[in-house]
Design a binder for this molecule. Structure first.
Ligand code: SAT
Ligand code: MN
Length: 584
C-alpha cells in the first residue's frame, strides 16, 4: 500500500529532522509482527516469556524513571493560553516546536524510524479517525499494533485525504529534563519526546483519542471521553449499554470485564471498551458510543481470578507485560496475583527480589498490552460502525468517605455537574503523590485538550440535542469503614448496583429524592447472596449533609479558577445544591 502525498511529506520532513538510519513502514501484517518482535528481542526491548504457557507473551522493562504519565511535562499548545485553560500546562506553539525540535534534532541517529499508520474506530465508520505515529521505539510500534487497527487498514481509510493526526515520538535519551508531551490541537499534531511509557508514547491513546479528539469534538459537536463501555444482558435477554468515567487505575477495566456474581444467574456482561468512548448524538436523539481503540492497556497489580477473571484469561496469550516480576520458569508475577510470591523472582527493574525484598516485585503501575480480541467477554458490537446506544453514564472515583455507593442525577444538566465535581484519590498511573484527593472532572483532568469551562459548556449543549438522553449516575465503590476496610465488596458485586442503574435508566426502579440526587433505598439494591454485614447498605447510602456543605467550598474554589469561562449552567447547579443542603 503506497501512502498518499501528505503522509509521505510528513514522514520525509520528520526524518530530515530526526535523521534515523532507516525508515520502516508498518503494514500491520502477521509477518511484520514476527519481524518486529525479533528486533525487539535483539535490542532488549522484549524478553520472551515461557511460550508453552504464555504463547506470544513478552516482558518489557522500562527505564526506572519512566513508569507513568508525567502530567507536569504534558502541554496543550494552543495559540491562545486561555484556550488551554487553567487545568492544562500551556506552551506557545512556536516555543514548543523550537524547544522540542532541538531535542528531536538528530535524536534517531543509529535507530530505525517506524511509520505507524493507525485507525481509531471501526473500519468503514464515518466517525473513525486516522493518525500516523512516527516513532523510534519498536516497543511502541508493537504496542500500537495491539492497541489500534494498525497498518494498511488506516491508509486505506485515509485515501487521498490529508486529514490525519500527525504524531512524532522519540525516546531521545529518556532524560526527564528532555521529556515533553506537547499537543497542538489547531494543527492536529502531537510531539512527544523523552519517554517510552504508554500514556506518553502510544500517541493514539490519551494524546490523540482524548486530548486532540476532545478539542475536535467540541468543534464538530461530539464528545471524546475517558470512559469504559459495557453491554449488560438481563436474564430476559434485554441488553443495556452503560458508559463509565473513572480516573486512571480506579477499576474501569475491571468494570468493563465484570463477571456476574453466582447469585445473579442469567446476567451477562459484554466488553465494548475499557478506557475511551467517542460519543455522538444519533438521528434517534439517543447518545451513541464507539470505542476508538482495539486493545487494552490495563493495570496489572491486583488483577487475579477473583477481581477480574476475564482479564486473567485475556492475558494468557499475545500480551506485552510492562514492569511486572519475572519467574525463573519464564512466568510472570505481581502483587495481588492468585499465586503466593514465588521463592525466586526478578523484580520489575531486573533485580533478584527475594534476597533484599526491597520495594514491590511489580511496579504499582505495571501494565498489560493486549488486543481486545483476546478478551472472552468482548462484545461483537465493538465493530459496529454506528457504535452502541447508551442508556446510562456513570461517573466514579476513589473516595474513602462522603460519596455514597450510587445516586442518580436529576437530569442531564445536573449529571454534567456531578461529572464536573468529580474528585478522586490519586493513583500510581501518574507520577506524584498517591492517595491525595484532587478534583478530576469527568475523570478528564489530565486529558481534556481545551479549556474545561468550554468543555462543560459543550456537555450542557450536547444535552440540549439529546431528545432521549441517558440517565447519569455517580458511583463510589471505595468507601472505607473506621478500620480502613472497604465497606463494599466491589468487582463482580458491582453488578448489583448496575442493576438498579439499569432499572432507573429504563424509568422503572424506585428511589428517594435527596439534596445530592435520587438515592436508592437500601432495599432497592439486591444484596441476595452478597456477604454484607448488617447495616452496611445504610452506611453505603448515607448522605452526610455537613460533609457536603464543607465540600461546597472546595467546589467553589475549583470553579473560581475558570473565571468567565465557567458556564452559567454549572454555577446554577452549584447554587441549587447549596440551597437544597440548606433546606435539609
Ligand atoms: O495514560 S495511560 O494510558 O498510560 C494509563 C492511564 O493513566 O489511564
Ligand atoms: Mn485511562
Amino acid at each position: 500500500m503506497v501512502a498518499n502525498e501528505s503522509v509521505r511529506k510528513f514522514v520525509k520532513e520528520a526524518a530530515a529532522m530526526c535523521r534515523p538510519d532507516d525508515v520502516v513502514w508498518c503494514d500491520g501484517s502477521e509477518e511484520e509482527r514476527e519481524r518486529l518482535t525479533r528486533v525487539a528481542i535483539r535490542v532488549g526491548d522484549l524478553i520472551p516469556l515461557d511460550q508453552q504457557t504464555l504463547p506470544g507473551c513478552y516482558l518489557h522493562r522500562s527505564a526506572a524513571n519512566d513508569v507513568a504519565r508525567t502530567e507536569h511535562l504534558t502541554f496543550v499548545c494552543s495559540r491562545e493560553q486561555d484556550d488551554a485553560g487553567p487545568s492544562n500546562n500551556w506552551m506557545a506553539p512556536d516555543e514548543a516546536y523550537d524547544r522540542l525540535g532541538r531535542i528531536f534534532d538528530g535524536s534517531m541517529a543509529g535507530r530505525t524510524l517506524y511509520v505507524v499508520p493507525f485507525l481509531m474506530g471501526p473500519a468503514g465508520s464515518p466517525f473513525s479517525k486516522v493518525g500516523i505515529e512516527l516513532t523510534d521505539s519498536v516497543y511502541v510500534a508493537l504496542s500500537m499494533r495491539a492497541m489500534t487497527r494498525m497498518g494498511n487498514v488506516a491508509l486505506e481509510h485515509l485515501g487521498d485525504s490529508d486529514d490525519f493526526t500527525r504524531g512524532l515520538h522519540s525516546k531521545a535519551d529518556l532524560h526527564i529534563d528532555r521529556r515533553f508531551i506537547c499537543h497542538f490541537p489547531e494543527e492536529n499534531t502531537i510531539w512527544s519526546v523523552g519517554s517510552g511509557y504508554g500514556g506518553n508514547a502510544l500517541l493514539a491513546k490519551k494524546c490523540m483519542a482524548l486530548r486532540l479528539a476532545s478539542a475536535l469534538g467540541a468543534r464538530e459537536g461530539w464528545l471524546a471521553e475517558h470512559m469504559m463501555i459495557v453491554g449488560i444482558e438481563s436474564p430476559e435477554g434485554e441488553t443495556t449499554y452503560v458508559c463509565g468515567a473513572l480516573p486512571s487505575a480506579c477499576g474501569k477495566t475491571n468494570l468493563a470485564m465484570l463477571v456476574p456474581p453466582e447469585s445473579m444467574k442469567g446476567w451477562r456482561v459484554f466488553t465494548v471498551g475499557d478506557d475511551i468512548a467517542w460519543l455522538r448524538v444519533g438521528d434517534d436523539g439517543r447518545l451513541w458510543a464507539v470505542n476508538p481503540e482495539a486493545g487494552f492497556f490495563g493495570v496489572v497489580p491486583g488483577t487475579n481470578s477473583r477481581t477480574n477473571p476475564n482479564a486473567m484469561r485475556t492475558i494468557q496469550q499475545n500480551t506485552i507485560f510492562t514492569n511486572v516480576g519475572l519467574k525463573p520458569d519464564g512466568g510472570v508475577w505481581w502483587e495481588g496475583h492468585d499465586d503466593p510470591v514465588p521463592r525466586s523472582v526478578t523484580d520489575w527493574r531486573g533485580r533478584s527480589w527475594n534476597a533484599s525484598k526491597q520495594g514491590t516485585v511489580a511496579h504499582p503501575n505495571s501494565r498489560f498490552t493486549v488486543p481486545a480480541g483476546e478478551c472472552p467477554s468482548i462484545s461483537p458490537e465493538r465493530e459496529n460502525p454506528n457504535g452502541v446506544p447508551i442508556s446510562a453514564i456513570l461517573f466514579g472515583a476513589r473516595r474513602q468517605k462522603l460519596v455514597p455507593l450510587v445516586y442518580q442525577a436529576f437530569d442531564w444538566a445536573h449529571g454534567t455537574f456531578l461529572g464536573a465535581t468529580l474528585a478522586s484519590e490519586t493513583t500510581a498511573a501518574a507520577t506524584g503523590a498517591v492517595g491525595v484527593v484532587r478534583r478530576d472532572p469527568m475523570a478528564m483532568l489530565p486529558f481534556c485538550g481545551y479549556n474545561m469551562g468550554d468543555y462543560w459548556n459543550h456537555w450542557l449543549s450536547m444535552g440540549k440535542r439529546l431528545t432521549r438522553p441517558p440517565k447519569i449516575f455517580r458511583v463510589n465503590w471505595f468507601q472505607r469503614d473506621d478500620r480502613g476496610g472497604f465497606l463494599w465488596p466491589g468487582f463482580g458485586e458491582n453488578l448489583r448496583v448496575l442493576r438498579w442503574v439499569i432499572e432507573r435508566s429504563r424509568d422503572r426502579g424506585t428511589a428517594d429524592e435527596s439534596p445530592i440526587g435520587y438515592l436508592p433505598k437500601p432495599s432497592d439494591i439486591d444484596c441476595n447472596g452478597a456477604d454484607l454485614p448488617d447495616g452496611a447498605m445504610s452506611r453505603l447510602l448515607h448522605v452526610d449533609r455537613d460533609g457536603w456543605r464543607t465540600n461546597l467550598r472546595s467546589q467553589s474554589e475549583f470553579f473560581e479558577k475558570f473565571g468567565d469561562r465557567l458556564p452559567a449552567g454549572i454555577r446554577e447547579q452549584h447554587d441549587g445544591l447549596r440551597q437544597r443542603l440548606r433546606a435539609g
